[in-house]
Design a binder for this molecule. Sequence first.
Ligand code: A2P
Length: 315
Amino acid sequence: MKKLKFKNGDQLDAIGLGTWKSEKGEVTQAVKTALNNGYKHIDCAAVYDNEAEVGEAFEEVFGEGEIKREDIWITSKLWNNAHKKEDVIPALKKTLKDLKLDYLDLYLIHWPVAFKPEVGFPEKAEDYLSLEEAPLIETWNEMLKAKEQGLVKHIGVSNFSIPKLKELMKDTDHAPEMNQVELHPYLQQNELLEFCSKNGINVTAYSPLGSGDRPDQMKAENEPSLLEIPTITKIAKKHGATPGQILIKWSEQRGTAVIPKSTNEGRIKENLASAGYQLDEEDMKAIADLDKHFRFVTGKFFETEGNSYDNIYDD
Ligand code: A2P
């Protein structure tokens, strides 16, 4: 399995377990299955509304003593309603309490979008804070404080475009260490990867399998299925792998981290086993040709008439 390297020498296993959309009643078992089968990287977020249940798995597995906390990489994310400087560290502490941990390996600003503190999910323009009211640099400086306080080992961002990264980086000496973005053969993000690579920012691929279990209101009509792309199924057949494994391997082989979500024991194991395949040049070229800048997570749910966020990806 490839590892992503950080400036302080820390290393992250490229393939991790995603927990977005994992049901409360299933996620504890899923995380236990993952940890007991060799996953060393678990991706969480406050907004997934299941951190307390994920935390039960950590408590149980680390309590048993065989798997050590320090050998596992745990990421979480600051929700959009806690961007104000006084809210960042309290939100992180709530996540730590839910996850039953005393530090995170990585904490990310989930979106470059701010809501008022009392708003979980926005419905009207008044529910947002503009970037002038909640400047990202102020949120970032609190993330840095959290790192100084030892509450997190690394800090980064998620869903940041190149312009948003540049904007943040011009005001700080501490660039994000990670950018977690949607990334798969239909959205290959070559320019963003190049920018991140040049600036020492690691990248994590979310929705690597197309997130087919998103709620219907987040889906476009006639959405494509990554798992059924003929090029992918053909390459899968050639290697005796599943289409999911080819999608995961492709991300890993490109040097990004990748966090397929599953709550199914067989697929949790199958996804980690992707690391054991090797795509050849012909496979990589065929997949490179699939790029069509298609987003499953359009971000449209943050576009409310009159708010400041009409082009969050700067596409
Ligand atoms: P399940 O949790 O039942 O395994 P993404 O990671 O892109 O968000 O995709 C998650 C979706 O893909 C879930 O519906 C998950 O279902 C499904 N899934 C996870 N692993 C695989 C796999 N190896 N093959 C097919 N579908 C998978």
